[in-house]
Design a protein around this ligand. Sequence first.
Ligand SMILES: Cc1cc2nc3c(=O)[nH]c(=O)nc-3n(C[C@H](O)[C@H](O)[C@H](O)COP(=O)(O)OP(=O)(O)OC[C@H]3O[C@@H](n4cnc5c(N)ncnc54)[C@H](O)[C@@H]3O)c2cc1C
Length: 449
Amino acid sequence: MIVVGAGGAGLAAAVGAKEWGAERVLLLEKQPTAGGHTMVASGSLNALVEGFGDSAERFFDDTFEAGEGKADPELVQRLVEGSRQVLPWFRSLGVAFEDVPYEAYNGSWPRAWRSVASHPGFRFISALMRRFKALGGEVRYGARAEWLLTEDDYDDTRITGVRLQGGEEIRGRAVVLATGGWGANAHLRRRWRPQLTDVYRTTFSPLRPEEDPATGDGIRMAEAVGARLRDMDAVMAIPYWGGRVLDYPGAEMFLDDSGRRFVDETATWSAIFEKLIETGASSFWVVTDERSRKGETFAGKFASGVVKSAPDLASLAREMGVDVSVLRETFRQHNAAALSGEDWAFGRKCFMQTIEQPPFYFGRERFDIHYCCGGIAISTEAEALSLEGRAIPGLYAAGETAGGVHGRFRLGGNGLTDAFVFGRIAGESAASFAARTVREMRTRRPKRA
Ligand SMILES: Cc1cc2nc3c(=O)[nH]c(=O)nc-3n(C[C@H](O)[C@H](O)[C@H](O)COP(=O)(O)OP(=O)(O)OC[C@H]3O[C@@H](n4cnc5c(N)ncnc54)[C@H](O)[C@@H]3O)c2cc1C
């Protein structure tokens, strides 16, 4: 069988298929290296673990409500249940996690797990790749799948392989599409979300958009064989590469050009984006202090000057170009709200600390395209569905290229969970389908006299 895309979902599918017992699994990757968006993820990985006050019901509700009730409830259920196996699986592959979960940005509850070692995306990818190779899997880099090969089988079109860029055809009994999103494809964006014009960059590679592999190849391939697409306009933009240096909410302020707060900083990214647009601005200030726990991007941002420090409030105001008395009042109101838990101005509920311990860290932030919630409609077994809602024989999809798991908005930390849970399911389903077709072929073969 063939897996297209060696990111989190593709590698989980490839390993899942081999662990299921698939004989030959070929993993195709268009880039010279594996990893895709998974490689650069900050590493908030949601998983249901007993003993931390979380529950399947709460996880389900948080995911479903974040998606504005538009996700497929059966897929959400599968995500939640499947998340129980994610940490044990990675631990068995040598990835260690911190002892206590935290609440990821837009995560609703402390259920995100961070790997102990830095560069979590890299840890996940290398652990899966090691396992895949140890199980005898094959990988081809620089191999861009362009089309699905098909065969008519009674009423259905059966998928029989892929054609690569350059024309080479590779036959397989099942194909898993795990090609990631399409946020970097301006043509597809214009089709489904024209508001996200060409001026927007992506969080994967804001300065070099041409390096972002999220070009929607899987979407195009699946659509060409009659797959149903869903929630395609649900494309998320978030602030990531500017002044934001925390992976959790509750310890920073978002300020307008006058040095005043303009929003509940812990609201959903879409709500914050709308508020920013209302102010007429396209960027804003982010300010935190010494005590907050800095995330993966901090060191690089600080070294490059994207994020700076100020020893006191007066220097901070000077560097930001705002009136110091306005800034002092902003801090006073924020800290009073943090202590009382009552934010009269914006109704914020989550305060992890006051912001008062110098040095202060600050930088400009803007929204970049981050995640595509919609994609190829799938069943709970990760089968790609046709326009009529039937499984397309031999075609599976998982991760960001699939739709229905998140609805209109993805809960923070659920992107990786989705990739690993449904990737593994897709691999197992495809392996089982491939094995069935081999058995069928053998029983159909005429016996020798
Ligand atoms: C900066 C950043 C930070 C993030 N942080 C988090 C986080 O902390 N927590 C979280 O839950 N989510 C996070 N996300 C989202 C998360 O990374 C994604 O949801 C997840 O990695 C998607 O996995 P995937 O396997 O579907 O896609 P990817 O990991 O992008 O993999 C897709 C792969 O398919 C390959 N490919 C594409 N087309 C073809 C083709 N035609 N032929 C062959 N190969 C192809 C690509 O090159 C790529 O390697 C983050 C995303 C970004 C960009």
